[in-house]
Write a protein that binds this ligand. Structure first.
Ligand code: UDP
Ligand code: MG
Length: 324
């Protein structure tokens, strides 16, 4: 059992064009945290990262935060993306434990108590395992396949169906926030740091209003970030496929020699030749693409650009040194 007092909790929530729900979300979140303040925690802060919203999200947050100094907001200079927004929140989180959750009610404030109760049993990380996802069937199926595939090829065991919704200690938060890589796949890094981790089953609710900000392209980029950050198997695929193709063509060569000497005729096949050329060419391009993906990431890493830029802040002092 962890020490209860003093227990300062930080809740990190990225916000991108959520004007339709942010005020009600903040009301529910502060209500849940106020209830927890009566028993488990003695202080909390909510760190909202406005990820370059183009609607009124920031103004709404500003109006609410004036009345409540526990609500803090960092507004990024443009849309840097979900993972970088979370990372910014982790950099500034001050709590003894940190929660990261979405601000669209898919991770419900009322579930915080369950996470906290488990965390206080003595774990360093407690993550939500998504059950009963209330998203469209196609997306659910893709997520199902993706998590299993990632786990299969990753050198780091990844918990299945665990998203970002989780609570972890200050120590874990520092490891994730201070990790210098610029393509952070936060839930992967969280698994990678190790220590004592466990998951609890929590329902993934449907979005309260508005649409998911993840386009198919953004989802593919997030998935490839997970795959490339924690596996070298796609790169090794080149050698494996190459070996396979050499084995196959050797068999084909033996077969043609056999036919020529024992049956006296060589099969001449225009179609099969074209098929072979196109396939080998396609495989080559695919492998080149995979290699390009890794090289692109190396290029991004060596540029060492700041991972986010804070343009405005509310109830929190922006530290110039924490910008990257
Ligand atoms: N989000 C963000 N930046 C982005 C996209 C999303 O900060 O570029 C926030 C968004 O406001 C929400 C959370 O990240 O609080 C998850 O995004 P979303 O609900 O669109 O993704 P999904 O839940 O559909 O995967
Ligand atoms: Mg969502």
């Amino acid at each position: 059992m962890k020490e209860l007092c003093p227990f300062f909790l930080s809740v990190v929530c990225p916000v991108y064009n959520e004007e339709g729900l942010i005020s009600i979300f903040l009301r529910e979140l502060t209500d849940s945290l106020d209830i927890l303040s009566l028993s488990i925690i003695n202080k909390y802060e909510i760190i909202l990262i406005d990820d370059g919203s183009t609607d009124n999200s920031f103004q709404i947050i500003q109006d609410i935060a004036i009345l409540n100094p526990q609500i803090k907001c960092l507004s990024l200079s443009r849309n840097f993306g979900h993972q970088k927004a979370i990372n910014c929140g982790l950099v500034y989180a001050q709590g003894d434990a940190v929660v990261m959750m979405d601000s669209d009610f898919q991770d419900h404030p009322q579930d915080l108590k369950k996470l906290l109760d488990k965390y206080l049993e003595g774990y360093d990380v407690v993550y939500a395992i998504r059950t009963k996802r209330k998203e469209d069937l196609r997306l659910r199926f893709m997520y199902f396949l993706y998590y299993r595939f990632l786990n299969l090829i990753s050198y780091q065991e990844m918990p299945l169906d665990a998203g970002d919704f989780s609570i972890f200690s200050k120590k874990i938060c520092r490891f994730i926030a201070d990790s210098p890589e610029s393509y952070k796949y936060i839930r992967g890094l969280r698994a990678w740091v190790g220590f004592k981790q466990t998951g609890i089953l929590l329902e993934r609710h449907s979005r309260y209003s508005g649409k998911s900000k993840y386009s198919l392209l953004k989802l593919i980029l997030l998935a490839s970030s997970g795959l490339c950050s924690f596996s070298l198997l796609p790169l090794r695929l080149a050698s494996l496929l190459g070996l396979g193709l050499i084995a196959l063509s050797s068999c084909f060569l033996l077969y043609t020699i056999f036919i020529k000497f024992f049956l006296g005729s060589t099969p001449i096949g225009y179609t099969s030749l074209i098929f072979l050329i196109v396939t080998v060419f396609g495989v080559n391009l695919l492998i080149l693409g995979i290699i390009g993906e890794y090289i692109g990431r190396i290029y991004e890493e060596v540029k060492r650009r700041p991972q986010f830029i804070v343009s405005h802040s509310i109830n929190i002092k922006v530290d110039e040194e924490k910008l990257c």
